[in-house]
Design a protein. Structure first.
Lengths: 189, 149
């Protein structure tokens, strides 16, 4: 019998670790994706992912079924990432070798892999220049493809503020890409 | 259309109706600032479509790491009662220190009457002095008052 997500959450909330493992396996990819795009470091992204699920485990009893579990997880991971970004001791690192491997993972052919890796890195480099909140909104909306309503729920702010922040983030990224990657212009895309 | 209206449309770029996009482009054709913003947003929108999805390199290893790091307690278990105990213990320690301090202070500041039979254990010896002083103060006040009068 296949259990629904609320049923799995209920089992996990009662202390069933195998049920919780199912939740981790289902959701860890997008949690990690947000963390790595925001933090630009695979090790920190793994730490943020781990911390997200630990917080979820500790607070499963407070879970309300009217909120999607994914929304809740997005909220937890964005808060953790914001804290990490704001931390004074946190030195931002550029893409590491592991990140490059990750970028290659889903490319079909070698040539395409190089091209896509460069594009991905360029966008990540541009996003790294953004203020933390703008960066998270950009990642959630443009890279994760969430609706403005979902982003608004996750960030617990108005849609107007989301749209305004996203507008500034998009302009800044476009400007950065134009300035730094003029050779790979729109004709190539 | 003015720049303010144009910016509102730019904020929804990608979700605009055809008519709205036409109006925006018509405005941008005569407005260098809005034309720049439109150019940057279009460039960003084209590039992000090609971005490779980010995935953990070793998903199974990450799951294992997360499961290993989970606390032994069940969800909802709280250490709050331990915090309450800690606060209670700290308050008790403070009260004890205050009491000890005040005892030492009293012993230092008030003269303990000498006794030929050894130390006086009766605490009334300590409270004698404040009472005496109070009495003296009243007498002094009365003396001042009588002089004034």
């Amino acid at each position: 019998m296949v259990l629904t997500e609320p049923e799995i959450v209920k089992k996990a909330a009662s202390g069933d670790r195998s049920a919780f493992r199912q939740l981790v396996e289902t959701h860890q990819r997008f949690v990690y994706a947000v963390a790595v795009r925001v933090l630009h470091n695979v090790h920190e992204a793994e730490d943020a992912t781990q911390e997200t699920f630990i917080r979820l485990w500790k607070n499963l009893n407070n879970y309300r079924a009217e909120i999607k579990l994914s929304t809740w997880l997005y909220r937890i991971v964005t808060n953790i990432c914001l804290d990490m970004l704001k931390s004074a001791n946190n030195k931002r690192n550029r893409m590491t070798e592991d990140d490059t491997k990750a970028a290659n993972l889903f490319a079909q052919h070698a040539d395409e892999a190089i091209h896509l890796r460069d594009l991905t890195m360029a966008v990540e480099e541009a996003a790294a220049q953004l203020p933390p909140v703008q960066k998270i909104i950009f990642v959630l909306r443009d890279l994760q493809g969430l609706s403005p309503q979902e982003v608004s729920r996750i960030m617990e702010t108005s849609e107007e503020k989301i749209k305004s922040n996203l507008y500034h983030a998009r302009v800044a990224i476009g400007k950065y890409l134009k300035q730094h990657y003029q050779i790979q212009n729109t004709a190539e895309l | 259309m003015n720049c303010e209206e144009s910016e509102k449309l730019l904020m929804r770029f990608g979700q605009l109706a055809n008519r709205e996009e036409e109006e925006l482009r018509a405005h941008a054709a005569g407005c260098p600032a809005c034309a720049k913003a439109l150019e940057f947003i279009e460039l960003e929108q084209r590039w992000i479509k090609k971005v490779v999805p980010a995935e953990p390199l070793h998903a199974a290893a990450l799951t294992h790491k997360i499961m290993q790091a989970l606390p032994a307690q069940k969800p909802g278990f709280s250490f709050r009662f331990l915090n309450a105990l800690r606060v209670g213990f700290a308050a008790g320690t403070l009260a004890l220190l205050f009491w000890l301090g005040s005892e030492l202070l009293i012993e230092k500041n008030f003269h303990k009457p000498a006794s030929a039979d050894g130390p006086l254990l009766n605490s009334s010896a300590y409270i004698m002095h404040p009472l005496e002083r109070k009495t003296k103060t009243i007498r002094l006040t009365e003396r001042i008052k009588s002089k004034e009068l």
